[in-house]
Design a binder for this molecule. Structure first.
Ligand code: HEC
Ligand code: HEC
Length: 424
């Protein structure tokens, strides 16, 4: 078995794990995470975990299948941005330097979501030897107005390849937690569509629309990412390989990742792919998807009580749906509807993405808020909010009604509601 073609293609690292797992599972009575995983058919998951942690190297490297980094990239591994073995990044705006924190990426594009002609769809601050990075994230704060805190205004400094297009905007995104993504993947598209109300027929001020997109499999509904840009875990991982690490996959076969024609040195730079093959072998991708699919849902830190009722009464649940049905039965307590909502001017960064407009964001799942707060992560798509009330202060647009109802609660009730969300 260890000599099959498929396994010769896995990296040295994954190969070592494989050998260890095989040895361990032979040792009768031996217990451990590896054996438990193998026993539940989790060999793929263990390999996928190794792919997730792998530091990719510049081509050519001694282990083929572990090279192909860049030529332009944001980080060398999935794990560098998704802290603590697949968690949310710890980045918090105001405390951490956005140019020095790997868990924050800057997407580039205009109001209609068209990538920049020179820099592509994402800023890659780093390059392999001989290739300069594209620039560094930078933020300034607009003067406070209308009772809101100072609004972050994002830009890029030290552009490496000349001025970008005048219409290009910088749209920051913090790395999300991967806990429960396999469960979100099981929400039927029909259940997402059932909650849409684009023309607000029920007159509650909350509309919400699905992020529809054309894919090789026909029209699909996006559900992953802050703007629900990716319809499946595999598509999200392929996009991460392309934009974040500069690696090709079956879904995104260009080995130069996000390098544009204007970045000639990058296009001519070193690649890890043999002609006709992606840099990330399909088996490794399949294992990575199995690893992500197997990640458990976040555990709530405490149960709801009075706050749960207030959460519904204030109208938070109109978007942060406490339950979504799952294919195969059961429900997800993810507190999202996976729809896009217009959140108003304070969260508008001027850049669209796919069919999502610049003011529209996917309802952030609130499961995992307790874990995010415990590790000090900032909330909202750019990590600007230090806690739940700060996140709420930026709720406007379709969420203005809910915020107003929250503001009208007694201090005790506001506390109970916040405590409920703190515990999710
Ligand atoms: C440079 C930092 C960075 C790297 C490297 C990175 N990610 Fe991410 N990841 C992010 C950011 C930022 C988001 C949010 C993206 C968005 O909103 O479009 C994200 C989102 C995701 C999501 C969606 C979660 C959800 O709930 O919607 C998945 C799944 C994911 N990443 C998997 C991966 C995998 C697998 C890899 C390695 C192939 C990887 N990421 C590498 C930064 C990173
Ligand atoms: C109209 C839909 C809508 C309503 C109503 C709404 N939210 Fe949100 N919420 C969102 C969206 C969209 C985001 C992500 C915005 C962003 O990051 O730019 C979000 C983000 C959040 C976050 C940050 C989560 C994270 O992981 O960073 C918290 C906390 C939150 N909402 C709590 C609430 C509470 C409490 C209420 C009720 C008082 C509420 N929301 C009402 C749509 C809504």
């Amino acid at each position: 078995m260890l000599r099959s073609a498929a396994q010769r293609r896995v990296s040295k690292h994954a190969g070592v794990i494989l050998l260890r797992l095989a040895a361990l599972s032979l040792a009768a009575g031996a217990l451990g995470a590896g054996v438990a995983a193998a026993a539940t058919g989790g060999l793929d998951v263990a390999i996928g975990n190794a792919v997730f942690d792998r530091m990719w190297a510049q081509a050519p490297a001694s282990t083929r299948n572990a090279d192909g980094l860049g030529p332009l990239f944001s980080a060398r591994s999935c794990a560098s941005c998704h802290a603590a073995g697949g968690g949310r990044t710890t980045f918090r705006l105001g405390r951490d330097d956005p140019a020095a924190h790997p868990g924050l990426v800057i997407r580039l594009g205009d109001a209609k979501g068209r990538p920049d002609a020179t820099y592509g769809a994402q800023l890659q601050p780093k390059g392999v030897a001989g290739i300069s990075g594209e620039g560094a994230a930078s933020v300034a704060f607009a003067a406070a107005s209308h009772g809101l805190p100072p609004r972050p205004e994002w830009s890029v400094r030290d552009w490496g390849y000349g001025a970008p297009d005048g219409a290009t905007r910088a749209s920051p995104r913090v790395a999300l937690s991967l806990d429960g993504v396999g469960i979100l993947a099981r929400v039927p598209e029909a259940a997402i569509l059932a909650r849409e109300d684009p023309d607000d027929r029920d007159g509650d001020g909350v509309s919400g629309r699905a992020h529809r997109m054309a894919t090789p499999d026909g029209e699909r509904i996006g559900r992953f990412g802050w703007k629900a840009t990716e319809p499946t875990i595999e598509a999200q991982a392929a996009s991460a390989f392309a934009l974040d690490i500069g690696l090709s996959t079956t879904l995104r076969p260009d080995p130069a990742g996000d390098c544009t024609a204007a970045e000639a040195a990058c296009r001519a730079g070193p690649h890890g792919a043999a002609p006709g093959e992606p840099e990330v072998a399909p088996q490794l991708m399949a294992s990575l998807v199995a690893f992500l699919r197997a990640r458990p849902a976040p555990e709530p830190a405490k149960s709801g009580g009075q706050g749960r009722r207030l959460f519904a009464a204030a109208g938070c649940a109109a978007c942060h749906a406490p339950e979504l049905p799952l294919d195969g039965g059961g429900t997800a307590a993810a507190y999202t509807d996976l729809l896009l909502h217009d959140m108003g001017a304070g969260l508008d960064d001027g850049m669209g993405e796919g069919a999502a407009r610049s003011r529209e964001w996917r309802t952030a799942p609130l499961w995992g808020v307790s874990a995010a707060l415990a590790q000090g992560s900032g909330l909202l798509h750019d990590g600007r909010a230090a806690d739940v009330s700060a996140a709420l202060a930026w709720h406007d647009g379709e969420a203005a009604g809910a915020r107003a109802r929250f503001d009208a609660l007694s201090a005790n009730d506001r506390n109970a509601l916040i405590n409920f969300v703190n515990g999710l």
